[in-house]
Design a protein around this ligand. Structure first.
Ligand code: ZN
Ligand code: ZN
Length: 424
């Protein structure tokens, strides 16, 4: 690995052309934002990406997994750096009021007609990675090695990285020396931050079906009421993190959905609970899953449930744990280029499937955050103690990163980080 920070020459030379691509990049971003696509449906986005990469001189492969795109740019002997951007949007109705706001609708995987919005900023990630790809392609004399720009589908569905790997991604690209990724977060635009070790939590969803005995609502004595049973489980689950996990150890257990019955005068024969689990350690995750099973089974027995409960784990995201050496190299390069705009971030209780790619390829990775919030609005909210209310976070229908300096920062970050390996 080249020591970042020794030489700021490469980033300065590659980024000298940044101002000249700003208008193009902002157009790309507004177009992506206005035309968001759900996971595995990113055909328009993938076509935009592939066409742009070909124009820059990348060797391009499309439809990896479902809509995945990979561009490879070989520039002599040297290390290989992979940078990933996710492309998918969310089933959210946009309320930002922006003149480039989405009015799109689509059909989700359950067949429901839903509004679609880039409410997680993946349009920022795509625009920044395209910008970095264009700048690197235009300055081959300022770096050496191989740059891989990877555009992944369906991060929000937890299987976009997986489908690319299952479609033989490892055989389609040179083995990278490091993998990089970034995410726009609700802190001031213009700033960016790294973190060594665990950065993003693991995430798991679990569907629990508990069984009762149906009856007329007027004859409860003939029933085993699954609504009462499910309610007991919801209350009892609140004690798992509070009473079973070591104080100070991060853990979240949320019951995000409870469904049972169809009508006031009918006692149903089953109820469904959908749970979400977030941790920073596999041990804690296993302890929570075991506690859920024990409590659900115990409550079913207490209610006289006629049949054992069903458990289904789905939408698994691993812990994102940044490699120490790679993170130190990127953090040093960021400090060198961005000065005090580069900070250390706290752990985030969000989750990502990005790390499945470097883990499968057996390479180190680092994943950092870039700010997207209007710096003035953020400063006012901080002063007033109203950040949580006034600064819309990812997945909010009001999530609206300011275009600049968000794109400028995310693009420069992608270039600076890559040059920690590829620079002179
Ligand atoms: Zn998201
Ligand atoms: Zn996201």
């Amino acid at each position: 690995m080249m020591a970042a920070g020794d030489d700021s020459g490469s980033p300065v030379r590659v980024l000298a052309g940044q101002a000249a691509i700003t208008a193009w990049q902002q157009d790309v971003y507004r177009s992506l934002h206005a035309h968001p696509e759900l996971g595995h449906q990113e055909t328009r986005t993938a076509a935009t990406v592939a066409e742009a990469l070909r124009g820059f001189g990348f060797e391009v492969q499309e439809k990896i997994g479902t809509t995945g795109v990979v561009g490879i740019l070989k520039n002599g002997d040297g290390p290989t750096v992979l940078m990933r951007a996710d492309m998918d949007a969310l089933p959210v109705a946009e309320t930002t009021g922006l003149d480039y706001a989405s009015t799109e609708h689509s059909t989700d995987s359950d067949g429901n007609e839903v509004p679609v919005m880039h409410a997680c900023g993946h349009d920022v990630h795509v625009a920044c990675l395209l910008g970095a790809a264009r700048l690197l392609a235009a300055t081959p004399g300022s770096w050496r090695g191989t740059y891989i720009a990877l555009f992944q589908p369906a991060e929000e569905l937890a299987d976009g990285a997986d489908v690319m790997l299952k479609d033989a991604l490892a055989e389609k690209i040179p083995r990278p020396d490091v993998a990089l990724a970034q995410h726009v977060l609700p802190f001031p635009a213009g700033h960016l931050g790294t973190r060594e070790g665990a950065f993003l939590s693991s995430g798991d969803s679990m569907r629990v079906t508990v069984w009762g005995r149906g009856s007329h609502g007027s004859m409860p004595q003939l029933s085993v009421d699954p609504v009462v049973l499910a309610s007991m489980i919801v209350v009892r689950l609140q004690s798992v993190v509070a009473r079973e996990i070591t104080p100070g150890e991060f853990a979240v257990l949320t019951v995000g959905r409870i469904a049972g019955g169809s009508k006031s005068n009918i006692i149903s024969d089953h109820a469904v609970l959908e749970l979400n689990i977030r941790t920073f350690s596999e041990t804690t995750r296993a302890a929570i899953v075991a506690a859920i099973r024990r409590i659900v089974q115990g409550e079913c027995e207490a209610s006289g449930s006629p049949q054992p409960p069903d458990f289904e784990l789905y939408d698994h995201y691993p812990v994102t744990s940044n490699d120490a050496d790679a993170t130190q190299a990127v953090a040093a390069a960021f400090r060198n280029y961005f000065g005090e705009r580069a900070v250390t971030l706290d752990r985030q209780s969000a989750s990502e499937d990005f790390s499945e790619i470097p883990d499968a390829l057996g390479v180190p990775y680092t994943y950092w955050g870039i700010g997207g919030a209007d710096p003035d609005a953020y400063a006012r909210a901080l002063e007033a103690g109203t950040v949580a209310v006034d600064i819309p976070a990812n997945h909010s229908p009001n999530f609206a990163p300011v275009i600049e300096p968000t794109l400028e920062t995310g693009t420069a970050a992608a270039v600076v980080a890559a040059l920690a390996w590829l620079g002179e």
